[in-house]
Ligand binder design. Sequence first.
Ligand code: 9MG
Length: 268
Amino acid sequence: MREPTTNPRVMGIVNVTPDSFSDGGRFLDVGSAIAQGLRLHEEGADLVDVGGESTRPGAAAVDVAEELRRVIPVVEALVSEGVEVSVDTMKPEVMRAAIGAGAAMINDVNAFRAAGAIEAIASSKVDACVMHMKGTPETMQADPRYDDVVAEVSAYLVERARALEAAGVAPERIVIDPGFGFGKTLEHNVALFRALPAICSMGYPVLVGLSRKKSIGDITGRKVDERVAGSVAAALLAVQNGANLVRVHDVRETVDAIKVWRALGGDR
Ligand code: 9MG
């Protein structure tokens, strides 16, 4: 089995989505998103992932102008406060603007498959997270099927990482992610999780995102806001199995758990 990573990093999640109405129009609370990013940074997040388009199952797409309006002011504000920022986007225009605003990573659940996405990242120095997703957020949970989920996801991740390398992205800049919950049943997610030691031996750092997801709810029987303990357990086991980066909502709890794990010899 692969040795656990000695220095796992924690990525905090900031979603910039409209959450209230003002004078008949959607009111976008950029200030709350910035405050949330700063709070996660203070709680010990190594980097903060900012997203302006929901990737939840069934979520509708947003257009480029709206996504830019949501994300870029938050990136600028967090970077100016010394926060390392990742931007969760599938759109090359948003990638370019985010890189211009100082983002250190582009996290693309679509694995840079959009026209112009590889070029947007290749002409920069930022890191790139390539994630596996079967289908689109709108359709992905409609009866996903695989012959061999681990083999298919692994082959896809290698193919996408090689596509980035062929465009000039150095392998050290590439992070791979099995994409838990993105076109996968609980069984698929469990099979991928159990294969983490092998996935972590593929030559790229690995990101795991299970925080508060349906799989945690399916296992524990808990509602979304009651999934903290289950999410922390999953993050810790991911780290134990070699994950380099865990993407989480509950930064303080995850950072504490990793500290205890390390102090008690989990990283030996
Ligand atoms: C945006 N987003 C939601 N879940 C995610 C996950 O599991 N991994 C990555 N890379 N991004 C995610």
